[in-house]
Write a protein that binds this ligand. Structure first.
Ligand code: FE2
Ligand code: FE2
Length: 139
């Protein structure tokens, strides 16, 4: 699908997230060491992405009358944060659930959330996303 160029950086993060999820799901034996490495990557790569979505996309969606989509996104972010903490303590079940939910979350955003953002958000709101993702790359 053709993505609005202002959402493209976030979309390419999604590809990285899918690679990470596949990686985690294929670990034959989970450990706290793997969990800590995952938590570090989460902090570095996924948290900044979640923040942009939570600070720019979700408020704009709520004011556009798409509160339900915003709520689902926020809930999944919160669940992913909690699963990563448990995976970092060595929980293999949490690691598997994290990989599964991350994959579903990316699909949901690509198929529902971003297409809705493209139609429901105004230019100023989409421009703000482009500015934030560009800043991130230069920092
Ligand atoms: Fe996302
Ligand atoms: Fe997200």
């Amino acid at each position: 699908m053709k993505r609005d160029p202002r959402l493209r950086d976030l979309s390419s993060d999604h590809h990285q997230a899918l690679v990470l999820a596949r990686h985690v799901s294929r670990e034959p034996e989970w450990s706290a060491a793997l969990g800590e490495a995952l938590a570090a990557r989460f902090e570095q790569e996924l948290e900044p992405h979640f923040h942009i979505e939570e600070e720019l996309l979700l408020p704009a969606l709520r004011s556009a009358g798409e509160a339900e989509l915003a709520l689902r996104t926020q809930r999944e972010h919160d669940t992913l944060r909690s699963l990563v903490r448990q995976a970092a303590e060595g929980s293999a079940v949490a690691a598997r659930d994290f990989a599964e939910l991350l994959t579903l979350h990316v699909r949901f955003e690509e198929r529902q959330l971003f297409p809705t953002c493209e139609t429901a958000l105004n230019d100023a709101e989409l421009d703000a996303v482009a500015t934030r993702t560009a800043e991130r790359q230069h920092s």
